[in-house]
Design a protein. Structure first.
Ligand SMILES: [Zn+2]
Length: 280
């Protein structure tokens, strides 16, 4: 099967931010590329990091698939700037949840239209096909995809991608329970079960979580707890807060590694823009 290659193009939550203090981890929002051999690319979310992937393609159109977790800006803002689908021959299928009474197609077309953007997606030369996808399964090439609901502030999914024996799971935004930091939703445990890699929300260290407990995110400690309960091999903290500098994120990473060692999670690290990992 050849396994999977996972590349991080954007690892921040909330909003992109560029500063000298942020160059180590990167300032772009949620965008992850999954490659299975030489099959069509699978993209996890379409944050500002999608632009970096487009730069790497250097003008080539692609046929690809996007697995969208939800509609918040930090997960969709890269769509209208994704040059591979703005050109003839480009084609992407976007799968994600309907929300607020709108189909995914309606919601994304509303986002990419005046006055928010100068043209509509109908004006793009490439083809964008949009599909409602929620709490379901499908195959993309040799990858098996499982989609399950994840607690957040709006309709939000997580994705499990299996290729042969290799399992990568993507849960970028996840509301930590307010009353019990050891409770994990069955849908999340099902997604994460025995994963080689879990890419998980770790946006708020405890002091920040206290101030923003209802904002839909997790502490690094809760990410470790999810990984422990699900028997995950490697945990990548993700959705870093845009306020946090490289120095602060390194301190968060050290603390999370210690928590992981105590919990028996074999590997814990913080995702960095440009990092590529191989599984299977
Ligand atoms: Zn969100």
């Amino acid at each position: 099967m050849g396994g999977m290659r996972v590349t991080f193009f954007g690892v921040r939550g909330s909003t992109p931010f560029s500063a000298a203090s942020h160059t180590g981890f990167g300032g772009n929002t949620c965008s992850v590329l999954v490659q299975v051999g030489d099959e069509s690319p699978i993209l996890l979310d379409m944050g500002s990091g999608l632009f970096g992937y487009a730069q790497q393609l250097a003008g080539r159109a692609i046929h690809g698939t996007v697995l969208l977790t939800h509609l918040h800006w930090d997960h969709v803002a890269g769509l209208p700037f994704f040059s591979p689908v703005l050109m003839p021959g480009g084609q992407i299928d976007i799968y994600g949840p309907p929300d607020e009474g709108m189909s995914l197609d309606e919601a994304l077309n509303r986002l990419v239209s005046p006055p928010f953007f100068p043209v509509t997606m109908d004006d793009f030369a490439g083809e964008i096909r949009i599909h409602d996808f929620w709490d379901s399964e499908m195959k993309i090439g040799s990858a098996t995809i499982r989609c399950r609901p994840v607690p957040h502030t709006s309709a939000t999914s997580g994705y499990r991608i299996e290729v042969g024996d290799a399992v990568v799971v993507y849960v970028p935004d996840h509301q930590q329970p307010l009353d019990d930091p050891t409770w994990v939703a069955d849908s999340v445990l099902e997604l994460c079960d025995g994963a080689d890699l879990l890419i998980h929300d770790g946006q708020y260290p405890p002091a920040l979580f206290e101030k923003r407990a209802h904002w839909g995110h997790s502490t690094p400690g809760y990410a470790v707890e999810v990984a422990r309960q699900a028997g995950v091999q490697s945990l990548a903290l993700f959705s870093h807060d845009p306020m946090h500098t490289d120095e602060q994120l390194e301190a968060i990473e050290v603390d999370a590694k210690e928590k992981g060692a105590v919990a028996g999670v074999p590997e814990v690290f913080s995702a960095r823009e440009g990092m590529t990992l191989h599984f299977g």
